[in-house]
Unconditional design. Structure first.
Length: 281
């Protein structure tokens, strides 16, 4: 190494590498991950998953644009190394691991590449969170976690409805006053959870919250999403059990109102200047 440091060409190469414009690094990183982008585009185009991940990618792009005049001249070496290692792993593990796992490694490397150039005041945890939310993973979440979430939602609704109705639960189905009502896949709350965590990440970055504040408040997101989903399901079950003919737009309207309320609560909880962090420090 000492011999290399005394070689002018090596030193000039190191200086050029260290001071290369950030957009070149990020463009090369994005180009190296083209198989990941191709797979994500195919999965969204064929209808096998919702394209909500595009919102997370747009949020990352907006964050980079917002801080474009304050990017580091020299990247943070640890994050830059992680980004390059992630890109290499993504290429090496292509067709060796499930596509979703490979894409996760690739998007985390993109996040590391962004963090390497972003100012130190930008929290890293929400950036990593947005990179995970960029994945086309809603269908997978619905497949693996949808039924357990529906069971939890149905049981919570049963407890609430039993105050005024005769209710029994079997799996994710409810029998209310002798009428069978199925808690189906849209009632699992997977999409609401995605939007809730997306709101948390965006608000944390917009209000310049620290990593500690973001992580301490993150459990609030899960609580609000669960309560909102139970409330939505209970209202819809009550309407159906009462014999009220609710059109499709009525179901969607109830869902949108609850979703807006949950996301509003998450934004308030994540963006406020509270005392929870000081109490735990």
């Amino acid at each position: 190494m000492n011999r290399l440091l005394h070689m002018p060409r090596f030193v000039r190469f190191g200086i050029a590498l260290d001071t290369a414009p950030e957009w070149r690094w990020l463009a090369l990183l994005a180009l190296a991950l083209w198989p990941t982008w191709w797979w994500m585009g195919q999965r969204m185009e064929d209808g096998s998953d919702d394209p909500l991940g595009l919102l997370a990618l747009a949020a990352l792009g907006g964050l980079l644009w917002q801080h474009r005049r304050h990017l580091r001249a020299a990247p943070r070496l640890g994050f830059q190394t992680a980004a390059l290692a992630g890109a290499v792993l993504t290429t090496a593990l292509h067709q060796q691991l499930p596509d979703l796992v490979v894409a996760l490694i690739g998007l985390l490397s993109v996040a590391a590449g962004l963090i390497a150039f972003l100012p130190a005041r930008v929290a890293t945890a929400p950036v990593l969170g947005l990179s995970v939310l960029s994945l086309p993973l809603l269908a997978s979440l619905q497949f693996y976690a949808g039924f357990p979430l529906r069971v939890v939602t149905a049981e919570a609704s049963r407890c609430l409805l039993s105050i005024a109705h005769t209710v029994e639960r079997t799996g994710s189905s409810l029998v209310v006053n002798g009428q069978l009502i199925i808690v189906d896949a849209p009632c699992s709350g997977v999409q609401m959870a995605w939007l809730g965590y997306f709101t948390a990440c965006v608000v944390a970055l917009a209000t310049s919250q620290s990593n500690k504040t973001f992580l301490l408040r993150l459990p609030v997101v899960g609580v609000l999403v669960l309560l909102g989903n139970v409330l939505r399901n209970t209202v819809l079950v009550v309407l159906q059990a009462s014999g009220t003919a609710v059109p499709d737009w009525g179901h969607e309207g109830v869902g949108l109102v609850v979703l807006a309320t949950v996301c509003g609560g998450i934004a308030w909880a994540m963006g406020r200047t509270g005392t929870l962090e000081r109490a735990t420090s």
